[in-house]
Design a protein around this ligand. Sequence first.
Ligand code: PMP
Length: 409
Amino acid sequence: MDNKSVYLDNNATTALAQEVLEAMLPYLREQFYNPSSSYPEAKGPRDAIEAARESVARLLGAGAKSEILFTSGATEANNAALWGVLRANPDRRHIVTTQVEHPAVLEVTKELERNGYRVTRLGVDRDGTLDKVELLQAIEKDTAIVSIMHGNNETGVIFPIAELSRIVKAVDSKVVFHTDATQTVGKIPLNLTKGLPDVDILTLSAHKLHGPKGTGAMFVRRGVRWRPWLIGGHQERSRRAGTENVAGIVGLGVAARLAMHNFVQETRLKLLRDKLEAAILEAIPNVFVNGQNAERLPNTTSFAFEYVEGESILLALSDAGICASSGSACTSGSLDPSHVLKAMHIPFSAAHGSLRISTSRYTTEAEVQRLIDVLPGIISSLRRISPYWDNETNAPRADVDVFVQEKYR
Ligand code: PMP
């Protein structure tokens, strides 16, 4: 093993593809012109933006490239989707979403509530799946938008958005259906014309598919009632003001083209994921895979190790040169399990020991094997010092339920 670290946190961000970097460089050097300028030099950047728009439209199977607009990332695109639809439909004051959305949707809906809107947040079951009847019943007379993510960033659980958007449109064709597809675009093929005709707005981010950070896009289907979120200049046909991030947009375009050629990797990543899960479930007691029975992204596994603490697993993995992520929100100063795992009713003692592994097309089998080699040792040494673990029997203490409750009363 060389001393290069093993990167298994691709749902957080991905490595910039070499081809992307090379395509971007001229737009940071000689092709620096403002695409809105009238002299001929500006045509290069302007054409490059349009070529990128075409590539993103093709990746998404959009009907026309005019339905794609570029943003600073998925956070901006999600804000623009929600606020933009509400501003275009002032008589409608209700939003339907889920409890497991990314904060870039979740926090917006909280802010909307503070502004007098009503929000229904659909729950999920233990596998992280939604109840379609509940969705149907959640739609009210003045529902403006239903915002349901495509693939979950923590668990990889995929929501059946084709069917969910069809249900919404069947109830009220004027309700706008938005999906945050940040974690699925580039990982699994999707087609907004043939497969997802009822999805009105789709949002994505370049840095999750080997593109640059700080660039994203939104698809807004022609005819959808939506108003621009960023107002100012006339860029993006007055739908998103601000001088374009030309190099970033070019990078996203190339990333989109590369992704289309790499969907063949889906099977390899799925096999790698299945191998990892089988090996860990075999080698370690008291562990399960969050959302195991649901349809999931090929690159994501969320493990729940009972009676260990996620952050300690991450520290030990980091010592072993492996980058991964945990399911607790410790960065925000609390050790609470994430809102996603809470919504799935993962037991307290397991949600705390959650570990997210996410691969990419650059992940090798040897890297996953390295994780398989070191993880059992890490878990067993952490359990040896856990007050919940009985080292004699190598199992949880017989009175662990009472003990956990006492400790957390
Ligand atoms: N939505 C989802 C599902 C995500 O995973 C992320 C990134 N973690 C975002 C939105 C935010 O994307 P960005 O970093 O481009 O703002």
